[in-house]
Design a protein around this ligand. Structure first.
Ligand code: PEP
Ligand code: MN
Length: 272
């Protein structure tokens, strides 16, 4: 294995500063939460207000959505990102939003603090190289049909361009099981932590695809000892235009957040 992102020594963790207050050193679990898609100015401001009051520092939300169905809501584009930037400035948050292809790379990079490369873009070499030239942390999501080894190799396309600040994200892979949207591959996640020095984030929302299971998987993720979780939460979920079935309500997330804090303590991590 000749990988830049691979571990050389047992304690060889690549630290990543996400904002002036949060640096991942292998002892923290960062919470990134917010809606799947930025739908309106009101929706993202309500999300930001809620998260900042709760203590969550990183707001998620996509403006360019890689939908399976071409007739579904495709995202609010640059206008959505400008609402999200307003929310960041008003509530002192850090933003993570998704790039889907080169057509929106520069726009996303202009507004966001952390660049999320979506699962479907994991094999987009132009995006990977552009991310390598960007001076921002990257969340590289594992494609649902990719092996851990393939994910690590794709990460090297970014790292070889000079940006080593890459986090992995396990967000569920496709298996024979069809009762959940995908299957959260915790075995693969353990392998990523064993073999690579990059921080590893778990995404319970896309993995199960249904809100009833998201708190269960999120708590398991904290107990697992990951470096971050990314969770979809909507202020008015019955009207969510994207990934509605997996969105947590604000009430559900509030309870989950306090439970995650307790679990993090037990496993010797700090929830940030
Ligand atoms: C998302 O985070 O909303 C998303 C589209 O995720 P993924 O790329 O994992 O499907
Ligand atoms: Mn989503």
């Amino acid at each position: 294995m000749d990988l830049k992102c691979a571990k050389k020594y047992d304690n060889d963790f690549h630290e990543i500063e996400l904002n002036p207050e949060i640096t991942l050193t292998g002892k923290e679990t960062v919470v990134m939460a917010g809606p799947c898609a930025i739908e309106s100015r009101d929706q993202i401001l309500a999300s930001a207000e809620f998260m900042s009051h709760l203590g969550v520092k990183i707001l998620r939300g996509g403006a360019f959505k890689p939908r399976t169905n071409p007739y579904s809501f495709q995202g609010s584009g640059e206008e959505g990102l400008s609402w999200m930037a307003e929310a960041r400035d008003r509530y002192g948050l850090t933003l993570i939003t998704e790039v889907t292809d080169m057509a929106n790379f520069d726009t996303v990079a202009k507004y966001t603090d952390i660049i999320q490369i979506g699962a479907k873009a994991m094999y987009n070499h132009s995006v990977l190289k552009a991310a390598g030239a960007a001076k921002k942390p990257i969340l590289l999501k594992r494609h649902f049909g990719a092996t851990v080894d393939e994910l690590m190799k794709m990460a090297d396309y970014i790292i070889l361009q000079g940006n080593a600040n890459v986090m992995f994200c396990e967000r569920g892979i496709r298996t024979f099981e069809s009762s959940s949207r995908f299957t959260l591959d915790l075995c693969g996640a353990a392998v990523m932590q064993e073999r690579s020095r990059q921080p590893m984030v778990l995404d319970p929302s896309h993995a199960i695809g249904y809100s009833f299971g998201v708190p269960k998987l999120a708590k398991a993720a904290i107990a697992f000892g990951c470096d971050g979780v990314i969770i979809e939460v909507h202020p008015d979920r019955q009207y969510a235009q994207c990934d509605k079935d997996q969105a947590l309500s604000h009430e559900e997330f509030k309870l989950l957040y306090s439970q995650m804090k307790d679990i993090a303590k037990v496993v010797g991590r700090e929830l940030v």
